[in-house]
Every structure is written in structure tokens, then in C-alpha cells.
Design a protein around this ligand. Structure first.
Ligand code: NAP
Length: 445
């Protein structure tokens, strides 16, 4: 790392002790920025990096609620309003027991550059709580969401901060959150949350957007290299919102998706994943991957190894951070993988990315490949602002155009900086320069 970058990175380490994922996310971006700082010394003179690494606001709050046994439960809620140089803070809420400030900061930091890459007028933020919705009744989830919003609402607004979903936060949770916001404020401000239901301000394609977008991004990378999804074997980790729609779009493009997972194990279904059955189990019954195997004759579930052991042409990690390590990358390469695109945020560890890039695997980093979700959230905000609702076809076409332009921006930037095909470099530099320019223009604020 260049000395100027190293000084700022040392500061980040000192100011944010013990926040490993946050350090990892900052380092990954800094590793790309040397040539940008040499070309633009004004960024260093004006401390742009220091400003971008320090969130504008970090909110931590208690979330008290009562469970079905009348027992008082206490969780911790977070919202990190990271950077608003390009627009209101925008980014999801994650409900998962692993959530802490460092995780939310890593996600918020990533979000700033991702949102910049979409070309939409949105800044970056992220939030959540260490609440585990799994195994909780609808009533418990509702009471938790209401308590969470009772504190968070004062920080939100169409022009201030607009949350959406992430792990553990889907349509059900967004509904309870929006209901409580509306009740407290007495205002039907649709533009304050995205991922809403279709009958109360939501956008068609938002549910599908992250998974669809990841596959569209991978498809663009492949097209540029004369390849396609058609007839390819694909593994998708996770079986939540991103994974399900990545599977659906990959199948639509002719791929044979044979594997998916959750935190209890992974499934191999050589007949091709039955996505309707998977949706029924995950979205309706809220079941586990074993429930899928029980209803599919040739599928099997494996609980003592990694999904990345399955030989495939294309791997789409769509579960969580650091789920694809160096050994997994080595195995994927040995088995002939051609493309890896990150549907999740930072699912591949830095040493895994290095293995993949050194083996000339086409690698699409999350901040570019999974930007379709937030881009479609911005389309939902546009529809809310104009009291309009677009058709599925029109919205999907907008998503496809956005993913194509993110891909092209990353590819052209990588080429401009002398490393064609390095999408990590391209995404980091293209995302950073737009934010840095706005930070400079807005003065010391
Ligand atoms: P989700 O609907 O809650 O699904 C998450 C899936 O990942 C579940 O199948 C879950 O299994 C699995 N998972 C979580 N932690 C795991 C672990 N430690 N090991 C193995 N599997 C694990 O969440 P999502 O919205 O699909 O988000 C998935 C990823 O995409 C996250 O990194 C998120 O930040 C990123 N992302 C989401 C969006 C969006 O629009 N939703 C946009 C951009 C990026 P269990 O149920 O067993 O935990």
C-alpha cells in the first residue's frame, strides 16, 4: 500500500479497534487507489480519504420488546449514516445475531461505492440489529420491528435516510417497519423505505433485483469474453432473497443450477434446482434446506463440507461475508470454475480473490455485481416521488441497462488504469472517484 494510504489505514485501525470486517473492506478499496491518488493529489491535500473513512453519523440504540412468553428481550440497534455526498443515505437493514457496529460499518462503507457505481443520486448507509428472526413468531417479529422503528424513525426521511432490507429483513419486516413509521409520524411517506409490498408503494422487480442483477452482471462479463450461461453448471450459496432470484435468472439464461445452501448445509440437485419448490420452502414455510431434499428424489443434503467443493463453471456466493475462503477458491479453480460473481457483500476473502484472479477467473466484486438491488430501490423512490408505478418489463429493462452500464464503467476504468479484466480495481476506482469529486465540491462539512 502507498505511504499516504497506509497513514490513513493506520488511522482507521486505531480509531476502529476490533472491527475486522470493516478493516478488511477499507483495505480492499485502498489496495486499488494508489494510481488515483498519484493522478489527483488534491484528494490527499483535502483529506478526502480520511473523510470518506469516517461515517458522518453512527447511531446505536436499545430495542426493548416482549416475546410470546411475556419475557422482556433487549436487542441492540444500529444505523450508520455513512456518506451523503451523492444523495440521502441509502442501504439495507440486517437482522442477524452476528450484527455489531463493525459489520454495519463494513456494509455501509461498501454501500457508498456501490451506490456511486449505480449512477443514481444516493449516498450510503447501513443498519440493523443483533435480533434473530429465525424461529420467532410473526407477532414477535412485528413487536421487534415496531420497537426498532420507534427509535429509528427520527433519523429517517425521503431526503435524509432511506433504509431497505438485507439479511433477515424481507417484505414482512419492511411492512411492520413502514406501518410503525406511518403511525408515529401520521404521514404516508412512501419514499422513506424501499422493498415495500406492491399494493402499498413497492416497485415491481425490487424483490428479484439483487439476484437478477448479479446474474446480469456475470452475463456481461462473460459476453465480453465470448462466453454465456447457456448449458453451464452453476452453484449459488444461500437460499434467501438474493440466492433465489439469482437461481431463477441463471436458469432463464439456460444454466443448470445444481446447488444452493443455508447455514445448516448445502444441497446438490443434479436434476436442476426446482426454484418454485425452494421459494415455497424458504419464502412461505420458512423451512430449512433439508425440507427441499425430503421432496426431491435425487437431491441430497451435505452438512460436513463446503458448497464450493461441487465442480461448477460458475459460482455465485449469495449468502454472507467471508463465506468463500482461500481453500474454497483453490478447489473451485482446480475444478475448472470460469466465473465468480458476488451476490452477497464481501463473500470472498482477500486471499480467495487473489487465487481466482491469478487463475484468470472472471471475478465480479459485490459492490458492482450486487448493485442491482439498491439501483432498483432508487427506481422505487422515483416511482414514489412521481406517484407512478411502472410495469415489470419496463423496470426490468431499466435494471438491465443499469447493470450493463455498471459493468462497462468497471471494465473501462480497469482498462484505463492498465489492468483490463480487473473488475475489483475498476469498481473501486470508478466508485471512489465519483464520491471523492462530490466530497471535494461540497467543502469541509
Ligand atoms: P436473506 O434473504 O436473509 O438470506 C440469507 C441467506 O444466506 C440464507 O439462506 C441464510 O441461511 C444464508 N446465510 C446467512 N449467514 C450464513 C452463514 N454464516 N453461513 C451460511 N449461510 C448463511 O438475505 P439476502 O437479502 O439474500 O442477503 C444475502 C447477502 O446479499 C448478504 O451479504 C447481503 O448483504 C447481500 N445483499 C443483499 C441485498 C438485498 O437486496 N437483499 C442487496 C445487496 C447485497 P440461514 O437462513 O440458515 O441463516
Amino acid at each position: 500500500m502507498e505511504p499516504d494510504l497506509n497513514d490513513v489505514f493506520t488511522l482507521v485501525l486505531r480509531r476502529n479497534p476490533g472491527e475486522g470486517e470493516f478493516h478488511q473492506a477499507v483495505r480492499e478499496v485502498f489496495d486499488s487507489l494508489g494510481p488515483v491518488l498519484r493522478k489527483n493529489p488534491e484528494y490527499t491535500d483535502a483529506a478526502v480519504l480520511e473523510r470518506i473513512c469516517e461515517p458522518e453519523r453512527q447511531i446505536i440504540f436499545r430495542v426493548p420488546w416482549v416475546d410470546d412468553n411475556s419475557k422482556v428481550q433487549i436487542n441492540r440497534g444500529f444505523r450508520v449514516e455513512y456518506n451523503s455526498a451523492l444523495g440521502p443515505y441509502k442501504g439495507g437493514l440486517r437482522f442477524h445475531p452476528s450484527v455489531n457496529l463493525g459489520i454495519i460499518k463494513f456494509l455501509g462503507f461498501e454501500q457508498v461505492f456501490k451506490n456511486s457505481l449505480t449512477g443514481m443520486p444516493v449516498g450510503g448507509g447501513k443498519g440493523g440489529a443483533d435480533f434473530d428472526p429465525r424461529g420467532r413468531s410473526d407477532g414477535e417479529v412485528m413487536r421487534f420491528c415496531q420497537s426498532f422503528m420507534t427509535e429509528l424513525y427520527r433519523h429517517l426521511g425521503e431526503y435524509t435516510d432511506v433504509p431497505a432490507g438485507d439479511i433477515g429483513v424481507g417484505g414482512r419486516e419492511i411492512g411492520y417497519l413502514f406501518g410503525q413509521y406511518k403511525r408515529i409520524t401520521n404521514r404516508y411517506e412512501s419514499g422513506v423505505l424501499t422493498g415495500k409490498g406492491l399494493t402499498w408503494g413497492g416497485s415491481l422487480v425490487r424483490t428479484e433485483a439483487t439476484g437478477f442483477g448479479t446474474v446480469l452482471f456475470a452475463n456481461e462479463m462473460m459476453k465480453r469474453h465470448g462466453e454465456s450461461f447457456d448449458g453451464r453448471r452453476v452453484s449459488v450459496s444461500g437460499s434467501g432473497n438474493v440466492a433465489i432470484y439469482a437461481i431463477e435468472k441463471a436458469q432463464e439464461l439456460g444454466a443448470n443450477v445444481i446447488s444452493f445452501s443455508d447455514s445448516s448445509g448445502y444441497v446438490v440437485d443434479e436434476d436442476g434446482v426446482d426454484v418454485a419448490l425452494l421459494r415455497q420452502i424458504k419464502e412461505v414455510e420458512r423451512g430449512r434446506v433439508a425440507d427441499y431434499v425430503a421432496r426431491r428424489q435425487n437431491a441430497r443434503v451435505i452438512t460436513d463440507s463446503s458448497i464450493w467443493e461441487v465442480p461448477v463453471d460458475i459460482a455465485l456466493p449469495c449468502a454472507t461475508q467471508n463465506e468463500l475462503g482461500q481453500d474454497d477458491a483453490v478447489r473451485l479453480v482446480k475444478n475448472g470454475v470460469r466465473v465468480v460473481a458476488e451476490g452477497a457483500n464481501m463473500p470472498a476473502t482477500p486471499d480467495a480473490v487473489q487465487v481466482l484472479q491469478e487463475a484468470d477467473v472472471l471475478f465480479g466484486p459485490g459492490k458492482a455485481a450486487n448493485a442491482g438491488g439498491v439501483a432498483t430501490s432508487a427506481l422505487e423512490m422515483q416511482q414514489n416521488a412521481s406517484r407512478d408505478s411502472w410495469t415489470f418489463e419496463h423496470t426490468e429493462e431499466r435494471l438491465a441497462t443499469i447493470m450493463r452500464s455498471i459493468h462497462d464503467r468497471c471494465a473501462e476504468t480497469a482498462e484505463e488504469y492498465g489492468q483490463p479484466h480487473n473488475y475489483v480495481l475498476g469498481a473501486n476506482i470508478a466508485g471512489f472517484t465519483k464520491v471523492a469529486g462530490a466530497v471535494l465540491a461540497l467543502g469541509v462539512v
